[in-house]
Design a protein around this ligand. Structure first.
Ligand SMILES: Nc1ncnc2c1ncn2[C@@H]1O[C@H](COP(=O)(O)OP(=O)(O)O)[C@@H](O)[C@H]1O
Ligand SMILES: [Mg+2]
Length: 145
């Protein structure tokens, strides 16, 4: 079924559901080694959280890039198990818009992501990133629950 797809994007925020989405995407691409798998993590240094109100934006940026590196390395190690072409990306900006922009620019044709992410708010429906991506994507989106 998936052999029609050529490039799958997994937006990853290190939440349990994004881990599940990545696992599912890895299983999917195993069906055809020509399918590429791109994992995308979006950081938001411009977001001013109460607990680091005094930290300048450039320091927050460096802090976030540094914090994400071991996670990226862990994912790279996992991805090495696949014969497929795989890549990980760390991008910066509003996650929802950045993911949509990335998918378009990279001609991806399938997205696998979690319904919920890291935010503690227990909303009734989808999280805001998954909601936006489903609305705006020009390709199929698999929402993992
Ligand atoms: N910063 C991010 N970078 C990459 N993917 C993200 C990011 N934030 C969310 N996602 C993706 O979107 C899914 C849903 O998260 P989200 O919509 O943010 O829900 P919540 O509101 O519960 O945090 C996650 O499981 C992940 O796949
Ligand atoms: Mg979130």
């Amino acid at each position: 079924m998936l052999t029609d797809y050529s490039r799958i994007v997994v937006p990853y925020d290190h939440s349990e559901l994004s881990k599940k989405a990545l696992k599912m995407a890895m299983n999917l691409v195993k069906q055809d080694e020509k399918i590429e798998l791109y994992v995308v993590m979006v950081i938001q240094p411009e977001i001013q959280l109460a607990y680091h109100y005094a930290v300048p934006i450039q320091d927050r940026r460096e802090e976030q890039f540094k914090a994400i590196e071991p996670i990226r390395e862990e994912i790279n190690q996992e991805l090495l198990k696949l014969p497929n072409k795989t890549r990980t990306f760390v991008l910066e900006g509003d996650p929802a818009r950045t993911i949509i922009d990335f998918v378009r620019k990279n001609d991806a044709d399938f997205i696998v992501m979690g319904s919920r992410g890291l935010s503690g708010l227990k909303e009734l429906f989808l999280g805001s990133v998954s909601h936006y991506v489903v609305q705006k994507a020009n390709c199929p989106v698999l929402i993992v629950k």
